[in-house]
Design a protein around this ligand. Structure first.
Ligand code: GTP
Ligand code: MG
Length: 195
């Protein structure tokens, strides 16, 4: 897909605020600080469209980004951030679950994991939960610019020890928002998921 245009549309905290034009949506989920907002900026070729931060917990709402007039990316609040209060975490949790389980426009989920580390318990839980949503899942191992070439080769089998990447709806993709390696494969997966 060629991106001619992208724009931020809304930070939503409830379903009444979600866009109503019925375009397909792709959600991006993953731990706080894993690089969701950076990936959105990288693939849309925008420096600062999605707010990124070295401080985890930056994105706290469902943020909708319109890509051309083809689809929305939905930046989901990161999980696993200890400093968010219990009540707030529960509130996010309900909003996210509600969105993921009931949104008819949702056509795929990009689940980001940090290529440098084994998936966390939160990652494993999120992945197993996502398998039940009956939508295509793209597991993106990001920040691979920080890995040696030899480690990149072993990444899929390493992550496959905790996440069952052999499931038919699951695709695995090593990525870096710095180098944008595999960006063409990323867009291929998006195109296939929304058609
Ligand atoms: P929350 O909104 O808090 O959930 O975080 P996020 O998942 O949106 O992470 P964000 O994109 O803000 O990135 C967090 C940090 O990781 C920033 O300092 C980014 O510069 C860095 N980062 C993200 N992607 C990459 C990558 O591919 N390579 C490297 N080296 N750094 C990255
Ligand atoms: Mg973010």
């Amino acid at each position: 897909m060629k991106v001619n245009n992208s724009k931020f549309v809304i930070s939503a905290v409830s379903d009444k605020q979600y866009p109503q034009d019925d375009l397909p949506e792709i959600a991006l989920s993953g731990r706080s600080n894993v690089g969701k907002s950076s990936l959105i900026n990288a693939v849309l070729n925008r420096r600062n469209l999605a707010r990124t931060s070295q401080q985890p917990g930056k994105t706290q709402t469902l943020n909708f980004y319109l890509v051309n007039t083809d689809l929305y990316f939905v930046d989901v609040p990161g999980y696993g951030y200890a400093k968010v209060s219990k009540e707030q975490r529960q509130k996010f949790g309900e909003m996210i679950q509600d969105y993921l389980e009931t949104r008819a426009d949702l056509k795929g989920l990009v689940l980001l994991v940090d290529a440098r580390h084994d998936p966390t318990v939160d990652d494993i839980n999120m992945f197993n939960y996502a398998l039940c949503l009956n939508i295509p899942i793209l597991v993106v191992a990001t920040k691979i610019d920080k890995l040696k070439k030899s480690a990149i080769g072993q990444l899929e089998s390493k992550i496959g020890l905790s996440l069952d990447l052999t499931q038919s709806q699951v695709t695995f993709l090593p990525f870096s928002s710095e180098t944008k390696i595999n960006i063409d494969k990323f867009w291929k997966w998006i195109e296939n998921s929304i058609k």
